[in-house]
Design a protein around this ligand. Structure first.
Ligand SMILES: Nc1ncnc2c1ncn2[C@@H]1O[C@H](COP(=O)(O)OP(=O)(O)O)[C@@H](O)[C@H]1O
Ligand SMILES: [Mg+2]
Length: 258
């Protein structure tokens, strides 16, 4: 296997395909099973929300997809190409080129301005300077932070920092965006702004998004909501009624006892 896979989309391959994923953590002598044969597909241009109890393995799932963590068994394919967990270089390239990650706690660099934080992944990836600048300006506009571009992270609210981290995760036009509870600690207005940004990105760039959230109101913005319980996707709801249609989500949460 080459250590720099080219992720060309074919008509038959989903943007993301997770198959039979297993992951346990060792705790002293015990092995705690977290993912127990989880399978999940996300199509190109699809926004999928993941809901599940605290500790059910949502972050573990994202970490396996981003190759931050290595599954014990099963596999992950991006546009038909299997992630090569054995190659450090392939895993780094994957995060630089194919995947964008929004962490729950921002991970912004405190000494860099908003604009510099957003531009950073692109700077590492290279490319024409004019184009890079235009991309950052475009994203600043998309997340509504034009006026804050010269500010440092500590001068922003938590919600604004999260918007910056979303722009940073999108700057290199990843095919897949992974967002771990991006709306968890923000006020309702910023929450809507984050969801609108994700929807706009899916529509305008055909990005696939996997969004972890505890909020049914936020999950309702997705095309499909998958429920993680006992290490597998135990149920799902296809969202046809738009963000107003909460009843099927509550019904599934109740059915699964989440
Ligand atoms: N690095 C780790 N070492 C040991 N246990 C871990 C580690 N990461 C996660 N876990 C455990 O795995 C389970 C799932 O964690 P996590 O994926 O963070 O859940 P969620 O994001 O759904 O709240 C939890 O019981 C957690 O304590
Ligand atoms: Mg988590």
């Amino acid at each position: 296997m080459t250590d720099s896979p080219t992720l060309s989309t074919t008509e038959t391959s989903p943007a993301l395909s997770v198959t039979g994923l297993r992951k346990s953590y060792e705790l002293g002598k015990d092995s705690i099973p977290v993912l127990q044969g989880l399978s999940l597909d996300v199509q190109a241009g699809e926004l999928v929300a993941i809901m599940g109890p605290s500790g059910s393995g949502k972050t573990t799932l994202l970490n396996c997809i981003a190759a931050i963590d290595r599954p014990d068994d099963g596999g992950v394919e991006l546009a038909g190409t299997a992630i090569d967990y054995g190659s450090e270089r392939a895993r780094t390239l994957l995060r630089r080129r194919d995947i964008g990650i929004v962490f729950q706690f921002f991970n912004l660099i405190p000494t860099l301005s908003v604009r510099e934080n957003i531009a950073l992944p692109q700077q590492i990836a290279g490319g024409a300077r004019d184009e890079r600048e235009a991309r950052v300006t475009d994203l600043l506009e998309r997340v509504g932070l034009n006026a804050r571009s010269a500010h440092l992270p500590h001068q922003l609210s938590g919600g604004e920092m999260q918007l910056v981290s979303i722009a940073r995760a999108l700057v290199h036009r990843p095919a897949l965006l992974l967002a771990d509870e991006p709306t968890g600690n923000v006020n309702p207005a910023i929450g809507r702004s984050i969801l609108q940004t994700l929807r706009d990105t899916v529509r305008e760039e055909g990005t696939s998004v996997l969004l972890v959230t505890h909020s049914p109101e936020h999950a309702a913005w997705a095309d499909r909501i998958c429920f993680l319980k006992e290490g597998v996707i135990a149920g799902s709801v296809t969202q046809s009624g738009g963000p107003e249609n909460l009843a099927p989500i509550y019904a599934e949460l109740q059915r699964l006892g989440i």
